[in-house]
Design a binder for this molecule. Sequence first.
Ligand code: NAP
Ligand code: MG
Length: 487
Amino acid sequence: MKEATSNEFFTDWKYAPAPESTDHIKLNKQYDLFINGKFVKPTSKKYFDTINPATEQKLAEVAEANEKDVDLAVTSAKNAYDKVWKKMPAKERSKYIFRIARLMQERAREFAVIESMNGGKPIRESRDVDTPLAANHFFYYAGWADKLDYAFPNKKPQSLGVAGQIIPWNFPLLMAAWKIAPALATGNTVVLKPAETTPLTALKLAELIRDSGLPDGVVNIITGFGKTGAAIVNHPKINKVAFTGSTDVGKLIQKSIAGTNKKVTLELGGKAANIIFDDAPIDQAVEGIINGIFFNQGHVCCAGSRLFIQENVADIVIGKLKQRLETLIVGDPLDKNTDIGAINSKEQLTKINDFIKIGIDEGAEMYQSSCSIPSKGFFCKPTLFLHTSQSHRIVQEEIFGPVLAIQTFRTVEEVIEKANNIPYGLSAGVWTDKGSKIFNLTSKLRAGVVWANTYNKFDPASPFGGYKESGFGREGGLHGLMPYLSF
Ligand code: NAP
Ligand code: MG
């Protein structure tokens, strides 16, 4: 605790609150299903509440799609594919995708605020990361739509038909963009289901798509629970499944489509190693570690949740990390000063707290920031675990929260072995002054993305995806077109 209090100069310094206003946000009391270009009542007649995880207040009611509703959505997507979208010249398709991107830019502030209200992430991130990146994905793939023959020369790429797309709650709008933009660019139509806790930006996107004039049925957005997702996956008219979520559900999906002609991409969990060598720029590395695990409350599949520090700089790095932890502001997601917002749901908070208890019971040393957290809403203090080892559950399992497990290492061989000794392989980070070390590690780490002297950087032109139990298939870039095409 000594290191933390020696930093009183920083911790005593308080920012005045700077909350983003919500006056301009118009949310309906109730949202229906977006099918065939219109919002329609669910045949289930059922609705469920969606809340703000920072206040636990209800924001709206959202329709629960049953199998019949799924059938209506898939049938509308199939009709739109056969009658309109498949036949449309690629350059016309491209114009619609551009229009969606432009409209998203125009309404960026509204999207950012709703994303923070419904998901709990700090407004700084939803404003500066999620929303602009989502618009950029539409811009990027709009550019590819009429260039597929150049992207895959002599291969005659063909669209597949109807894509069933299922997304999680950690990047609701961005994941919708990652899924919808390449599907449309390649000439497919879409049925998308957002996660049960974060449906609102997807429904706002449905309004935007309706306003864009996209032909009816090309994109259908339906809300519900896991059962709704399963009904999409199992519908016989679905030609392609694109899923982002947990490894457990990914495995279920793979089983249920075995023996069908459906193509699939799975973007699943992760447990990334962030590796700090003694020749790294230490202050930048500390910022990178903080960004790697506390960005978006650690609700990031590629979060740098395992930290490996070279032994001779471990004390320095850990000391600086503890100091930096004290300065992180945990609280109102709509406050522009907030670094760590609300945990997405009560269930997720329980899961994180259970893991913190497991870490303590396993004998690791816990260190938490001395900050206070709001009494209402779902919040978790940024947490470090020191003296962890490969056999600890907090090192092996995905926590999906602001919890960092720290180990030390001596040699390059040792850290490569430890970093790869895990069922996941989505991402990793390397911090060193030596380019040769970076290239050595990038070829040996079994991870889809390896960041060097930075962390959590995304770009629509760069492919993203996993090894091992982190799934297969790539999203983003030219590679992201392939899962939506046959050759
Ligand atoms: P999840 O339970 O797997 O849910 C993901 C989505 O699948 C949700 O829309 C969910 O609906 C739906 N679903 C649930 N059961 C289903 C089933 N049997 N068939 C079809 N769909 C089903 O995961 P989560 O808890 O929402 O998200 C956290 C996980 O996602 C973490 O493990 C994280 O690593 C992973 N993730 C991976 C990436 C990546 O790019 N690799 C990105 C983000 C998140 P409901 O919400 O309505 O239950
Ligand atoms: Mg669920």
